[in-house]
Design a protein around this ligand. Structure first.
Ligand SMILES: Nc1ncnc2c1ncn2[C@@H]1O[C@H](COP(=O)(O)OP(=O)(O)O)[C@@H](O)[C@H]1O
Ligand SMILES: [Mg+2]
Length: 263
């Protein structure tokens, strides 16, 4: 099962959500891979990667040129400090490489590389950059399903319609099997009226909003700083419990709206 966490808006929780769901998946005994496609490398850093050694940029580079071939994805993987959790890290080199990869139609190479790893990993989470660019498209082509973090902001709510249009077009053109697993509500404050109203509007539009919502906590920032996912840093914390609940909901496939991208 390969899940991509995507929203073209920055700061909505893509990296936090992909890392923490991946960490819970690994903790629950699933061989799990986190792929970081954002050149800022936030989720790579979060999982303890210090930036030295080959990255996903080198994997893409290997596909370019005369000797370009299907990447041996295994040689770019890092074992994290936690059992069952591996990382395919990002690097700044993704930036200057993007145009060349686009010109040479390398958009399917990530899908091929992840296919070659299917025997090794039961769950894959892909973190994406805050743009509908080459890398996020490659991720959406490589994935089975997409999770959309939503930060309860009025502008984000407006942007969701454009995001859905982009996803639908990509699905029709390149990955007919892609499903919208759901919208992950992040930094939710149930006491405030506006967030409740914005979430209700998404539901009214027929979009699959996942439960439970994720609250806001400084613990998450501490977790980024300590480079330790929440389930290890604060196993009993309320936000950790919400992440676990979300993970269970995804695994149970009790979520609604698998067909939401069909229409
Ligand atoms: N539920 C949350 N509670 C508190 N802070 C959060 C929460 N989700 C995200 N943040 C903070 O917001 C910032 C952006 O989150 P991040 O996961 O990096 O978003 P993105 O990857 O979409 O840019 C980070 O500083 C992160 O710690
Ligand atoms: Mg990020």
């Amino acid at each position: 099962m390969k899940r991509v966490v995507f929203n073209q808006k920055g700061g909505v929780g893509k990296s936090s959500i992909s890392v923490n769901l991946a960490a819970i998946s690994a903790e629950q005994g699933y061989k799990t891979l986190l792929v970081d496609l954002d050149m800022q490398g936030n989720s790579s850093h979060y999982l303890g990667w210090e930036g030295d050694g080959p990255s996903v940029a080198d994997l893409f580079k290997q596909t370019v040129g005369w000797f370009g071939r299907l990447p041996e994805a295994e040689s770019y993987l890092y074992d994290t400090a936690w059992p069952n959790l591996s990382l395919l890290p990002a690097s700044e080199a993704l930036g200057p490489l993007e145009r060349e990869l686009e010109m040479r139609y390398k958009i399917f190479k990530l899908r091929d590389a992840l296919k070659s790893l299917e025997g090794e990993f039961e769950r894959v989470y892909i973190d994406t950059p805050p743009n509908f660019n080459f890398y996020s498209k490659a991720a959406l082509i490589a994935a089975d399903s997409v999770l959309i973090p939503f930060d309860c902001d009025g502008f984000s709510a407006q942007a969701i319609t454009r995001l859905m249009d982009n996803l639908l077009e990509l699905k029709n053109d390149h990955n007919p099997d892609l499903s919208l697993e759901g919208i992950v509500v992040n930094q939710f404050n149930p006491q405030a009226r506006l967030p409740r109203q914005l979430v209700a509007e998404l539901t009214d539009k027929g979009l699959p909003v996942l439960k439970p919502e994720l609250g806001s906590s400084v613990k998450l920032r501490e977790s980024h700083q300590a480079q330790v996912p929440l389930c290890h840093l604060a196993p009993k914390h309320k936000l950790t419990e919400q992440f676990r609940g979300l993970w269970r909901a995804l695994e149970a496939e009790s979520v609604v709206g698998r067909e939401a991208l069909e229409h």
